[in-house]
Design a protein around this ligand. Structure first.
Ligand code: NAD
Length: 458
């Protein structure tokens, strides 16, 4: 048999895309969130894989994290009892730069959730155009109801197990659900204590101790900057528009603030207990009350109706998607907007759904949103502003410089515009009818895949 025909045989015997994904599913049958994210990306990138079949092999490598760390976090509560939690760090892909992605502290944290988040992060970070790889980590620890001292002891124990694995050129964690300014302070303090290095191995630091201005606001602001391009292309604007926002954490509060500053009426916010509906929109004072309630007093959203507003209603167990509005911004957590919710939004005349959270819409929801011809932006594109400014924080730390607010905000706006253009142009290149979800997935995937090919098989 000639060499060329045996090569051809070899090529035909390579597994197909579906076989590659199926084999990964067989290896980890208990990771539904991870494979929900994988299925979503793989469905989108098929046109690229048809054009460049050699990348199927690269996809197979992308489905296996580069490194997974699973560790015990033992700490003492205020009564002196020993508590045990699980800690994780998943370094998914460092082809484009050091590992980068947040830490999540929430009882639901497990390997499936972290692999889904790290997989999403791979393409999101690539879309920013910055030299960033992708990682994600966290713990099943629940900060809710814990004293500041307990949170500090937990964070110190968590970092004591992790500090050897992170660094400004290896892996740079940040915040996510349950990890805000307080937790980053305790974590980074412990990292410095153990390493004696103030090298910026975490982002989301306070702006007076190595952090970047606009980092706390970046995900929410970036979401609105991104959505503004989509809305403007449809000859619409946020001025006077009713916006349904879910969550009341970092992303939701800053998205709401930016929307209000653009003249929008933010009529809902929520937490895991329920939703508030303020029919004429939150005022800046109302938002300030909720920000203090959530970030300082750490209370529940219903207290807004009990202590601040007489015009608002609170629905226990409710979601924002039951109310009428012009645009929806899911900013709380994964799978918070399902097929029925999306159908309700379509029926209520909502014209766009812009994801602030990671994978907040189920596959059925995305289908309903698209078949209802609503505008739609996937989280990995529209929530990339946070990691974008984290990249800017790393650049400032490495250069020992500090940029003013205007400079960071204008760089954030450029990053979001570039992502929008990349997603739109890629959708056009493959004739996908302006589908930003597919455009973003393909553009992110291609950058990472090309970087992996250039660096050889490893
Ligand atoms: N913080 C960032 O920079 C950043 C960047 C990109 C993406 N994200 C994503 O945005 C989302 C929110 O993150 P965050 O940083 O604002 O976290 P956060 O902890 O500050 O806020 C999370 C919010 O979601 C609410 N929530 C949690 N579970 C819920 C549920 N089951 N139903 C309704 N509400 C629920 C919480 O009450 C809280 O208001 C997550 O999906 C996160 O991965 C965050």
């Amino acid at each position: 048999m000639s060499t060329s025909s045996s090569k051809a045989e070899e090529a035909t015997s390579k597994p197909s895309v579906d076989e590659v994904v199926e084999a990964a599913k067989q290896r980890d049958p208990d990771q539904p969130e991870f494979f929900q994210a994988v299925d979503e990306v793989v469905a989108s990138v098929k046109p690229l894989l048809k054009e460049r079949p050699e990348l199927v092999d690269v996809l197979a490598r992308m489905l296996e994290p580069e490194r997974v760390l699973h560790f015990r976090v033992a700490w003492q509560d205020d009564d002196g009892r020993t508590e045990i939690n699980r800690g994780f760090r998943v370094v998914m892909n460092t082809a484009c730069g050091p590992g980068k992605g947040g830490l999540r502290f929430h009882p639901s944290v497990d390997l499936s959730t972290l692999k889904f988040l790290a997989f999403e992060q791979t393409f999101k970070n690539a879309l920013t155009g910055l030299p960033l790889g992708a990682a994600k980590g966290g713990s099943d620890f629940n900060p809710r109801g814990r004293s500041d001292d307990e949170v500090m002891r937990f964070c110190q124990a968590f970092m004591s197990a992790l500090y050897t694995e992170i660094g400004p050129d290896t892996d740079v964690p940040a915040g996510d659900i349950g990890v805000g300014a307080r937790e980053i302070g305790f974590l980074y303090g412990q990292y410095k204590r153990l390493t004696r290095r103030a090298d910026g191995a975490m982002t989301g630091k306070g702006s007076n101790w190595g952090g970047s201005l606009v980092r706390p606001e970046a995900t929410g602001y970036g979401l609105v900057y991104f959505a503004r391009h989509i809305v403007a292309d449809a000859d619409e604007s946020f001025d006077g528009a009713k916006c349904l926002v879910s969550g009341s954490g970092n992303v939701a509060l800053h998205a709401a603030a930016k929307l209000i500053s653009l003249g929008a009426k933010v009529v809902t916010l929520s937490d895991s207990s329920g939703v508030i509906h303020e029919p004429d929109g939150l005022t800046e004072d109302g938002l300030a009350f909720i920000t203090e309630l959530k970030t300082v007093r750490r209370g529940r959203i219903k207290e807004y109706t009990e202590e601040f507003s007489e015009s608002a209603e609170y629905v226990e167990g409710g979601k924002p998607w039951q109310f009428a509005g012009d645009y929806a911004f899911p900013c709380a957590t994964q799978n918070e907007l399902d097929g029925d919710d999306a159908a309700a939004l379509v029926d209520a005349g909502v014209r766009g759904v812009f994801e602030g959270a990671n994978m907040p819409c189920t596959a059925e929801a995305i289908e309903a949103i698209k078949s209802g011809s609503l505008m739609y932006s996937p989280g990995k594109a529209s929530n990339a502003g946070g990691v974008g400014v984290s990249g800017l924080e790393m650049a400032q730390n490495a250069g020992h410089v500090f940029w003013d607010e205007e400079e960071v905000d204008s760089k954030l706006q450029s990053i979001m515009e570039d992502i929008y253009t990349a997603a739109k142009d890629t959708a056009d290149r493959f004739d996908l009818g302006g589908d930003l979800q597919a455009g973003a997935n393909i553009a992110g995937f291609e950058r990472v895949a090309d970087a992996m090919v250039a660096q050889g098989v490893w």
